[in-house]
Design a protein around this ligand. Structure first.
Ligand code: ADP
Ligand code: MG
Length: 384
């Protein structure tokens, strides 16, 4: 929905014009999966799909929330009653941001919020982070908090980890807050240092497709937590702060030291090779060898499927079918267990490829996937 529509709906709901309208995008991760909670590298870019929020301040300690995308009317909360994990509804995301801002010592005295989003939910495209970031940016601007983008991302991560109770890393919020149009974001999640890497596929006759399998993932579910705990165990056994500290050149020796801890061996191997894949993709893009990143993406999928074990039949089918029909590379993206896959392809192959994937899903008896082109787009900003 456009900024003007969101503004008008706000006025209908709350009886006054909003002070402003902000937008924050969902993201696709090009490479660097499950590395962000291991202090490693990631490389997301922003989607054109975004959450748009109209916001005004209040002075009476009340937070009023409304989403165009959820049934039900305005939800009214008191700021001093906000408490972590007290809310299992969508409102926990924006309320969590307000809570995190206040916890960090920022004086927020209330807000009226109406939002609408074009980011598919639960598809691995970070609808949750876009929701958090748009609220954090709006309140940061309105309350003149002087927060840098990386600080907004940290506060949003805290909202999601502590208030919502989903143990996610820092990638999604940083991507939504910091990405730039026409670029992928090379992010070091240890110190949040970042570089914008030009990523203009259209100029090279390439396309990046997102295939949403429509299989809903459940992030806060146990599997994500188990992988995370396994990675922490690996780091502890190897005597490092985080798996980021295991050099790729030392991987074989490190795995040998883990002995018969078979599961930890697989997790460590994924994380260490995945960090190296991010560095390879960055080097290839810098050298202008965009097509050559395809096989690296595909290697990443194999690692997530076989070592990290978070793929599913639908994601594997997208990847296998795409590769069999001329794709340069393909991989699952996001947390896993469903959600979306990405496919890098020549522009000319897109139609054939899309049909082939749709057909394969029909033959397998899977729900029809949603396929769309991902164009690297702008990060969070004020739009009205
Ligand atoms: P993902 O971030 O991959 O889309 P999550 O499970 O992390 O999936 O977040 C999805 C949740 O975010 C939804 O269940 C809902 O609570 C909230 N959410 C996302 N978009 C909206 C929206 N437009 N309106 C209200 N809630 C939303
Ligand atoms: Mg999410």
């Amino acid at each position: 929905m456009g900024a003007q529509q969101v503004r008008e709906r706000f006025a209908e709901l709350y009886g006054a014009e909003p002070e402003g309208v902000w937008a924050a995008p969902g993201r696709v991760n090009l490479i660097g999966e499950h590395t962000d909670y291991n202090d490693g590298f990631v490389m997301p870019f922003a989607l054109p799909h975004q959450a748009t929020a109209a916001v005004s301040r209040r002075t009476d300690g009340v937070l009023r929330l409304h989403s165009a995308d959820v049934e039900g009317g305005i939800v009214e909360l008191r700021l001093d009653a906000l408490a972590p994990q007290s809310d299992e509804n969508w409102t926990a995301y924006p309320a969590g941001v307000v809570w995190a801002l206040r916890q960090a010592g920022h004086e927020i005295t209330g807000a009226d919020i109406h939002l609408s989003s074009t980011v598919p939910t639960g598809a691995g495209l970070s609808s949750s982070a876009s929701l958090e970031v748009v609220i954090a940016l709006a309140l940061g601007d309105l309350y003149d908090l002087g927060l840098q983008r990386w600080q907004l991302a940290r506060l949003c991560q805290r909202a999601e980890n502590v208030y919502v109770g989903a143990p996610t890393g820092i990638m999604d919020q940083t991507a939504s807050a910091c990405c730039e149009s026409g670029h992928a974001l090379f992010l070091d999640t240890r110190d949040l240092s970042q570089q914008q890497i030009p990523f203009d596929l259209a100029a090279e006759g390439l396309r990046l497709l997102v295939v949403d399998t429509q299989v809903k993932h459940a992030h806060s579910g146990g599997e994500y937590g188990k992988r995370r705990a396994g990675c922490e165990k690996g780091a502890a056994l190897l005597g490092v702060d985080a798996l980021r500290d295991v050099a790729y050149a030392d991987l074989d020796a490190a795995l040998a030291r883990l002995g018969d801890e078979e599961e930890v061996v697989r997790l460590v191997r994924h994380v260490v090779t995945e960090d190296q894949r991010v560095e390879r993709v960055v080097a290839l893009l810098r050298a202008g060898e965009t097509r050559a990143i395809g096989p690296v993406l595909t290697e990443g999928h194999a690692s997530l499927r076989d070592d990290f074990r978070i793929s599913c039949p639908e994601l594997d089918l997208v990847v296998d079918t795409a590769l069999a029909n001329g794709a340069l590379g393909a991989r699952m993206t996001g947390g896993g267990f469903g959600g979306s896959a990405i496919v890098l392809a020549e522009a000319n192959d897109v139609d054939t490829l899309t049909k082939a994937v749709e057909e394969a899903f029909a033959v397998a008896g899977f729900t029809a996937p949603r396929v769309f082109e991902a164009v690297p787009s702008a990060g969070a900003r004020r739009v009205n």
